[in-house]
Design a protein around this ligand. Structure first.
Ligand code: 5AD
Ligand code: SF4
Length: 472
């Protein structure tokens, strides 16, 4: 039997890339590839790139420089290493990558991952291969990109793509260019994926898409289903304890989604709803198509449908022309809403986007200063939100053994990591935990009620890497 070939994927950026990397692994498993943690040992290295913010392509070229050394070393040892570039930088700059980096064998855009085996074969016979075409348009609009390989369960929580691409064209954003037009997967395919995952022990599903609440997939009844209806159907699948979705656009929040929050205990009361800025003039220049007041009203409607709902958001500071007063409007909005957490970024011009042609007026020093002030405010809200958990009993879905022996870690409804001392047989269960302290971003507590077990009093510090979002 042929020994398995080794595959290493390095992913940057959003949840969609994490998901896509898993689909690439599943597709290439059919070709005899197994995953390895080390790029140096791999027979195939895939860089799964992100183009959303600054310096993404420079990072890719410097990583390719390091890989070239590893590839040469492998060749000296009589071993062939192939290098592929995938993701949004591949989509945006594929031709240039081929020109600038002779070490690259395959360039593959996000719509073409199911062709990876053929592209590798083509690279073998012809030297190199590039595929960054978008699927052809048919009379119903764009065809949904085929997602490769049956989805395979990995752990307790899983992403499922329900839509891809975006038609919003915010002036700063590359997503409509790299991920293409907005397309939704049919409901039946999503139900299949979720049932398979549930059969394999997955208890939590996060529906992902660049603009997930623009979802409008074809239902089994031949009608178009909005996201709320899809969530309602998925909540019926046995074994699924928790549902989430990300990333949403404030303009696409409809009654079906609010009703789902009102009616479904499985739907977690935590919504990532980027606003980007609190200034109406900047929001208009960003082509967000909503005002700060529109956003406040959307938040109020969510709160009216479920009182324990909490929010996170994305912000951009230093958009071209942003004045100190306009930045202050962002701080005011954050103060008024009160977030459980948020991501904030310095504006970076993305080649090919309309904002890249706008005259930049905010200096690097001003951007740093504004980012610092915004992050301080967000951090204080996040830590107040986390501290408010102390003394409460909250439901936790347990996911895995923690680094400290005897500890099991899970997440609250608000994605806060929570640690308890318990037996590993609680993994996969949702259990109430009495929270007694907070260490950095992690909650510590004891199983409450009938599930309770003794705890250890000394625990060493823990860290948590937050989820990265993209889109909307
Ligand atoms: N500059 C800075 N931040 C950006 N984002 C998207 N494009 C840019 C850009 N050009 C941020 C937005 C978006 C998140 C995924 O990344 O806040 O919501
Ligand atoms: Fe679409 Fe979000 Fe990008 Fe705007 S920021 S174009 S909504 S992905």
């Amino acid at each position: 039997m042929k020994p398995p070939r080794k595959l290493h994927i390095k992913s940057y950026g959003c949840q969609m890339n994490v998901y896509d990397a898993q689909r690439m692994v599943d597709t290439l498993a059919g070709e005899g590839f197994v995953e390895t943690d080390s790029a140096e040992d791999a027979d195939l290295v895939i860089l799964n790139t992100c183009h959303i913010r600054e310096k993404a392509s420079e990072k890719v070229y410097s990583e390719l420089g390091r890989l070239r050394v590893a590839k040469d070393e492998a060749a000296r040892n009589g071993r062939e290493m192939r290098i592929a570039v995938a993701g949004c930088v591949a989509q945006a700059e594929g031709e240039e990558i081929i020109r600038r980096a002779p070490t690259v064998d395959v360039v593959v855009g996000p719509q073409s991952y199911h062709h990876l085996p053929q592209l590798l074969a083509r690279a073998k016979s012809h030297g190199r291969a590039l595929e960054t075409e978008f699927p052809v348009e048919d009379k119903f609009g764009f065809l949904p990109p085929p997602k490769p390989a049956a989805i395979r369960a990995r752990g307790i929580s899983s992403f499922v793509t329900v839509q891809e691409g975006c038609d919003k064209f915010c002036t700063f954003c590359v997503v409509p260019y790299t991920r293409g037009a907005e397309v939704s997967r049919p409901v039946a395919k999503i139900i299949d994926d979720v049932m398979r995952l549930a059969d394999n022990g997955v208890r939590e599903i996060t529906l992902i898409g660049q603009n997930v609440n623009a979802y409008h997939g074809e239902g089994p009844d031949g009608r178009t289903w909005p996201l709320g209806r899809l969530l309602t159907r998925l909540a019926e699948i046995p074994g699924i304890a928790r549902l989430r979705y990300s990333t949403s656009h404030p303009r696409d929040v409809d009654d079906s989604l609010l009703e789902a929050h009102r009616d479904l205990p499985e739907l977690m009361p935590f919504v990532h709803l980027p606003v980007q800025s609190g200034s109406d003039r900047i929001l208009a220049a960003m082509n967000r198509k909503h005002t700060a007041d529109d956003y406040r009203r959307v938040i109020d409607r969510f709160r009216a449908s479920r009182q324990d709902i909490a929010f996170s958001s994305d912000f951009i500071v230093g958009f071209p022309g942003e004045t100190e007063g306009e930045f202050a409007a962002t701080l005011a909005l954050v103060t008024q809403i009160g977030y459980a957490g948020a991501y904030s970024f310095k504006y970076s011009p993305r080649p090919g986007t309309p904002a890249a042609d706008m005259r930049e007026t905010v200096s690097a020093a001003e951007m740093d200063e504004r980012l610092g002030r915004l992050q301080e405010l967000i951090d204080s809200q996040q830590s107040a939100f986390n501290k408010a958990m102390i003394g409460k009993t909250v439901d936790v879905l347990f996911e895995r053994a923690a680094r400290n022996p005897g500890q099991i870690v899970g997440r609250t409804a608000y994605l806060q990591p929570a640690h308890v001392m318990a037996s590993p047989d609680i993994i996969g269960k949702v259990l109430p935990v009495a929270i007694d302290s907070l260490e950095r971003y992690s909650l510590l507590g004891e199983l409450a009620g009938a599930s309770a077990r003794p705890t250890l009093s000394t625990l060493s510090p823990m860290t948590d890497s937050s989820q990265v979002n993209a889109g909307a």
